[in-house]
Design a protein around this ligand. Sequence first.
Ligand code: FMN
Length: 207
Amino acid sequence: MTDLPPLPAENDPLPAPVRNAAALQFLATRRSTKVIHLTGPGPDRAELEQLLRLAMRVPDHGKIGPWRFIVVAGAARHRIGALMGDALAAANPATDDTARALEAQRWLRAPVTVVLVSAPLVPHKIPVWEQELSAGALAQNLLSLVHAAGYGACWLTGWSTYDAGAASVLGLAPGERVAGFINIGTATEAPTERVRPDMDARISWLD
Ligand SMILES: Cc1cc2nc3c(=O)[nH]c(=O)nc-3n(C[C@H](O)[C@H](O)[C@H](O)COP(=O)(O)O)c2cc1C
């Protein structure tokens, strides 16, 4: 894919905010795609690389980039899935062959899984909380970009988000944490709108 916008260079003049009806409509109707509704193809390496670079254009207090991506695609899905099955068994001795195979299978559902890693700088004058918030913004930005590029995606977590053995399979450094597994592929069906939290209760005006 070559139709993705190029990344601006530092100090390039950028457009001032203008009303963008298409962007508003896009955000009003974007939804995640359930992983069971993802299939191939996903973005190829060149396209995904560009999407990840665009996704990194997020608010980031201190401009420190306290996050990184690990892309699991192709044959690596089998390798990581098998190792995650082993990690699950190590974490929980009650894991039987079925559970282990199920865990391996989880890595094969989507053609691409982007592991979003929160990598806060510690100690640092920017609080860890703010660095982690930037990782959350990165995840949402990636979901939107992937959708805009014509793919479905969903942000998942699970036991392996919180397991030291799983972190070691992914090669995380001490202090790094999985912020999410962003599963990406072609959506096999269009979504419907979901239940939303009570929005009235979540907006206060002090005016
Ligand atoms: C940090 C985080 C972790 C999540 N983990 C899971 C998960 O493990 N399993 C799941 O079904 N949904 C999980 N979700 C929810 C889905 O990603 C998503 O919020 C839901 O499907 C609806 O999203 P949408 O409003 O973008 O359509 C998680 C969401 C967040 C923010």
